[in-house]
Ligand binder design. Structure first.
Ligand code: ATP
Ligand code: MG
Length: 384
């Protein structure tokens, strides 16, 4: 069934469209569609050729109370909910992990790893590889594609399993619990240790990058940059920034990092976007967030994706999280990123608390005060 024929309001002026509420769930399930939900945050438009073959799968279950869903069209296969592999771990043998890390190694050189190269990469006999490939295919830890040759690729589940095994070998975590949040570019789960932790798997590059790849018609393998690399780089950057900032800036304590995954302390509170502040608290909270940005700048970093979705508010204070796109203060566009961060915050507060925070605050002046470390309160910028 074509999701467009579902009884729902659909915008078709771009390569993706929205439908509302339950209708979206229904349309998506019928169409086996890709569905992503993100409050009022929309996905970027992409120039996907409408004639391309499109396949859909449900990647997020949408509870009926969710007001709006976005249906995102993804060409080809690839975008889908990444299953929580924690439950598979006990069933996997050490040889299954050799196979997975063999495929991982091969993916440094080509997107699809030739079957006949896997025994060397995995350090397994040909017969063992045959057996392990079947087991890993069954569990969707790898996928197969026959192009000019028979090739294999890790799925995100396979990559997750490798990271999870490393964390468990290092005794970073004892187990994985329920989901804490699914963002645009990360899946976050509760993790058990002697204290509650959060495990974040980065997903950058899995969908968007594939589209970019397709558009550029990458053919030569030397040009190949895999989603593994993109996601791993994002996790490395996030961990690096958090290590630099903790504990001076209120970020979750970074605990461990492997491949595309990071482990950090679980924070208290709710996303600012969902927090119900009393109007008279609004300025105070905005000041707290901006002062964290001052300290981060002082330590050499700009968040560069600041929004009401990346700040948690609790009785005990605020936490600023989601740092993979952080840039050093000597980045050539540093000032632009900083001003955008300030602008995003002020726009949000101005919209939600219009009597407390004016919409025309001096963004550049505030950014300048962050840079020269003179910022103390938003009240110094004409805010009553
Ligand atoms: N340390 C943590 N403790 C508790 N919950 C967390 C933690 N880190 C993330 N979360 C939850 O997971 C969600 C997604 O996390 P995060 O914003 O880091 O991922 P993202 O996919 O990069 O987000 P975005 O969509 O903003 O790019 C958060 O909104 C939050 O609810
Ligand atoms: Mg986020």
């Amino acid at each position: 069934m074509d999701p467009l024929s579902a009884d729902a309001r659909v915008e078709t002026d771009s390569s993706w469209f929205h439908v509302d509420g339950l209708a979206a769930v229904f349309a998506a399930v019928c169409a086996d569609a890709v569905v992503r939900v993100r409050g009022d945050k929309h996905y970027e438009k992409t120039d996907v050729d409408a004639n391309r073959s499109i396949s859909y799968r449900v990647i997020r279950f949408i509870p009926p109370f969710v007001e709006r869903a976005s249906l995102l069209r993804i060409p080809g296969v690839g975008a889908r909910m990444v299953r929580n592999v924690a439950g598979d771990m006990a069933e996997l043998d050490p040889e299954d992990f050799y196979l997975l890390s063999g495929v991982e190694q091969g993916m440094r050189f080509s997107e699809w790893v030739r079957r006949d190269k896997i025994p060397d990469y995995a350090d397994l006999t040909r017969e063992e590889v045959d057996y392990r490939i079947d087991r890993c295919l069954d569990r969707e830890l790898i996928e197969r594609k026959t192009i000019q040759y028979e090739g294999y690729q890790l799925t995100f589940e396979g990559y997750d399993a490798l990271a999870l095994r490393t964390f468990s070998e290092r005794e970073t975590i004892d187990g994985v619990g329920s989901p804490l949040g699914f963002g645009k570019e990360g899946d976050v789960y509760e993790a058990q240790s002697f204290k509650p932790l959060a495990l974040k798997y980065h997903r950058e590059g899995y969908t968007n990058f594939r589209e970019v790849n397709r558009e550029r018609e990458y053919t030569a393998d030397r040009d190949h940059v895999s989603w593994l690399y993109t996601a791993r780089k994002a996790a490395e950057r996030e961990f690096e920034a958090m290590e630099a900032l903790y504990p001076d800036v209120s970020v979750p304590r970074p605990v461990d990092h492997n491949r595309h995954a990071i482990v950090m302390d679980k924070f208290e509170g709710v996303e600012l976007a969902r927090a119900k502040l009393e109007p008279e608290q609004a300025i105070g909270v905005l000041d707290l967030v901006l002062r964290e940005l001052v300290t981060a700048y002082d330590l050499g970093w700009i968040h560069a994706d600041m929004s009401e979705h990346n700040v948690a508010v609790a009785e005990s204070g605020i936490t600023i999280f989601d740092w993979p796109q952080a840039v050093p203060v000597d980045h050539e566009n540093a000032r632009e990123f900083l001003e955008r961060d300030v602008e995003n915050l002020l726009r949000y507060f101005g919209r939600k608390y219009p009597h407390e925070v004016p919409r025309d605050a001096d963004i550049e002046g505030i950014a300048a005060a962050i840079v020269d470390d003179s910022f103390t309160t938003i009240r110094a910028f004409g805010v009553e």
